[in-house]
Design a protein around this ligand. Structure first.
Ligand SMILES: Cc1cc2nc3c(=O)[nH]c(=O)nc-3n(C[C@H](O)[C@H](O)[C@H](O)COP(=O)(O)OP(=O)(O)OC[C@H]3O[C@@H](n4cnc5c(N)ncnc54)[C@H](O)[C@@H]3O)c2cc1C
Length: 174
């Protein structure tokens, strides 16, 4: 779906302020904006038993993480979110059981490529050896250095960065 969507048949714009913002509501919470944070907050509130309404001004939910057919037909892009590194450490994924609702991350080996003006290119892959091979076409020395850095970096991520990113919940204040 792209661009402006005409109103659905039968849609009638509100004619008074009160109609648009009723004084009474059957909802316990209203979340403005259906981006990832709004949706996650709404899901936790709903799971806690509250009646939640999520209002989104755009034609689809997802905010910065929406996937849209904006370039060519049948070609889907993320206008904002281009990397989802460490997303599997996010507590809401497991808390809300998103995999049971169809969330799957597909991680192809080839991740990013750059083509330079002289016709050479560089390919960054999930497999360190493949990235090293690609760097080696430009510089053997850089390829070796990359391998050394990645060995340390992977340990740093697994033992320090990832566990520190999502700190345990604070105790309730008294
Ligand atoms: C250029 C760019 C690149 C990024 N790249 C990445 C990335 O690669 N990986 C990554 O993880 N994160 C990335 N981010 C960050 C990520 O997009 C944000 O962290 C995330 O979208 C924030 O979520 P949110 O729910 O707070 O806000 P948003 O995703 O911005 O969602 C807010 C929602 O609220 C709606 N809204 C606003 N005002 C109203 C209103 N008055 N009434 C109704 N609806 C309203 C908006 O339409 C929108 O859908 C990027 C951000 C930017 C700007």
């Amino acid at each position: 779906m792209t661009g402006y969507q005409p109103p659905l048949p039968g849609y009638r714009p509100p004619t008074t302020f009160v109609e648009e913002f009723p004084e009474r509501s059957t909802y316990d919470a209203v979340v403005i904006g259906a981006g990832p944070n709004g949706l996650i907050a709404a899901a936790y509130l709903a799971r806690a038993g509250l009646r939640v309404c999520v209002c989104e001004r755009r034609y689809e939910i997802g905010g910065g993480l929406a996937t849209e057919e904006i370039l060519f037909p049948s070609h889907y892009s993320n206008p904002h979110a281009v990397y989802h590194m460490m997303v599997d450490y996010m507590p809401p994924l497991a808390d809300l059981g998103l995999d049971r609702h169809g969330l799957t991350f597909v991680s192809p080996n080839a991740q990013t490529a750059a083509v330079f003006e002289d016709g050479s290119s560089l390919l960054l892959c999930r497999m360190i050896e493949d990235t090293k091979d690609s760097i080696a076409t430009l510089s053997e020395r850089d390829s070796r250095t990359f391998g050394q850095v990645m060995r340390t970096w992977r340990r740093l991520v697994e033992e320090l960065v990832a566990p520190a990113t999502y700190l345990p919940r604070s105790p309730p204040s008294t």
